[in-house]
Design a protein around this ligand. Structure first.
Ligand code: TYD
Ligand code: MG
Length: 449
């Protein structure tokens, strides 16, 4: 088959150039040129969803979409109950974190009631068979296709009519209609759009595995995240055995739901009670450590935040946050100086969320600051203390969602003292828990002496 003619189109102004350039000759935008097929607009702009006539919203029956549980409880939790017909799910994560493992395990359960196809562009059929053996699912009737040409994949899908398809990975698939290499932005976008169209037309559940960049974002175009219905993200430290699967976007369920797994020698195993997973065990209380309660979806999770504040030996002080937001750290240090009078400008500050968790919610602010103060003073915080609360630029401590549940979980794990925002003070006392409710950062720093 001869290649279709392609041109390079600017993603900012739409101007076209015959060859790739760093800067668009029309509008001057850098890095915006993408390869597109020339002159095939009617085909390329077909709608992703099945088209229909205009009707009244109230007359459309919105029956609850049936869900097909995968049988892996922690995965179903993040999916919002199970797989939905016609849904497209993107699952991203670092190499070697367990994407292929989880999906093979899920398919092995899915094929008990439905037909499933695993399309692999990264590994050979033998490699997958070896993994299946290791996972003890080698006898599951999963159909397997080792192929990276999109046209062949689509032809197989039409022929086999599977109900659930895994594409491992979207970056390895390429279409004949574009000249750029597999994994390029144009290829990924085009392949994902065509697979999505197939999923919507045939009611197939499509699971796409996506690579991540060095910075940890999903590789390829952002538009991929817009096309698909659900974006799941694998997190965790590849050196520890725990893995978290987080829903970043979900048209069929709640976001920020969290699935927790442990990697064993027989694949991933769900951890149903993970709240104490991210606490490290110290024999004696140590300086620079503060336990916080973060709320992930419907589950509270206790996480230890560690800080190290050390004299800087260069004029450029270092501020490093692992698992926490870097920019927020600089801001919190400024608030700490201005409102609590504790300065760290000649100190390097490192903070870390233990166990490879990523904490995005601002409820971590108070724990980060108390850990920093504790490290700076080289004085441990009181034993069995938990902390949560958002800290504002004016030095105020703001309430967080679901304070009561967080406190209950901490009490259940044996914590006896909590420093919380005033508005999160529980109406009824929690047995065995002393609550210090604070309105300002100064009070919190005072309260943990
Ligand atoms: P894999 O699923 O191939 O990762 P990804 O597809 O995200 O790149 O996971 C591979 C890692 O998991 C590899 O380092 C080996 C480890 N592993 C186990 O520890 N136990 C197992 O049962 C399996 C199948 C893999
Ligand atoms: Mg893989």
């Amino acid at each position: 088959m001869s290649k279709a003619k392609t041109v390079y189109q600017c993603s900012a102004c739409g101007g076209q150039s015959p060859k790739w350039q760093g800067q668009c000759p029309h509008c001057g935008e850098w890095n915006g040129l993408l390869e597109v097929v020339a002159g095939t607009a009617p085909r390329r702009y077909a709608s992703l969803a099945a088209s229909s006539t205009v009707q009244n919203l109230s007359s459309i029956s919105a029956a609850e979409t049936p869900r097909h549980p995968t049988g892996i409880e922690e995965l179903d939790r993040v999916l919002g109950g199970g797989l939905v017909r016609g849904a497209v799910i993107l699952i991203g994560g670092d190499p070697g974190i367990g994407k292929s493992t989880l999906l093979l395990q899920a398919l092995a359960k899915v094929v008990e009631s439905r037909q499933a196809l695993y399309v692999s562009g990264e590994e050979s059929a033998q490699q997958i068979a070896l993994r299946a053996k290791r996972l003890a699912v080698e006898s599951a009737p999963i159909r397997l296709l080792a192929e990276i040409r999109l046209e062949s994949v689509l032809a197989t899908l039409v022929q086999e009519q599977p109900e659930v398809v895994v594409i491992d990975s979207i970056q390895t698939v390429y279409t004949d209609s574009l000249q750029s290499a597999p994994g390029s932005v144009a290829q990924v976008r085009e392949c994902a759009a065509q697979l999505t169209r197939h999923a919507k037309q045939h009611g197939t559940t499509m699971i796409l595995v996506g690579h991540v960049t060095k910075e940890g974002a999903l590789a390829g175009p952002r538009v991929l995240e817009h096309i698909v219905d659900t974006v799941l993200y694998f997190e965790g430290d590849t050196h520890s055995s725990f893995r978290l699967v987080r829903a970043i976007k979900n048209r069929f369920g709640a976001v920020n739901e969290l699935g927790v797994f442990a990697m064993t020698d027989k694949g991933l195993r769900g951890v149903s009670n993970p709240s104490a997973l991210f606490l490290s065990q110290h024999e004696e209380p140590v300086a620079g450590s503060c336990v916080m309660v973060t709320q992930e979806g419907t589950r509270p999770l206790l996480v230890e935040v560690q800080a190290l504040v050390d004299e800087a030996h260069s004029p450029n002080v270092r501020r490093l946050g692992v698992g926490l937001e870097q920019n927020r750290l600089a801001m919190l240090l400024a608030v700490l100086h201005r409102h609590a009078g504790i300065g760290c400008f000649d100190q390097d500050v490192f903070v870390n969320a233990v166990g490879g968790v990523k904490i995005a919610e601002p409820a971590a602010d108070l724990a980060v600051l108390l850990a920093i103060v504790s490290s700076l003073r080289n004085k441990p915080l009181p034993e069995k203390l938990v902390v949560f609360g958002e800290v504002g630029l004016a030095g105020e401590v703001r309430p967080v969602q679901r304070g009561q549940e967080r406190l209950k979980e901490a009490a259940k794990l044996g914590f006896t003292k909590a420093i919380v925002p005033k508005a999160n003070r529980p109406k009824q006392a929690i047995e065995g828990m002393e609550i210090v409710a604070v309105e300002r950062l100064e009070q919190a720093v005072e309260g943990c002496r």
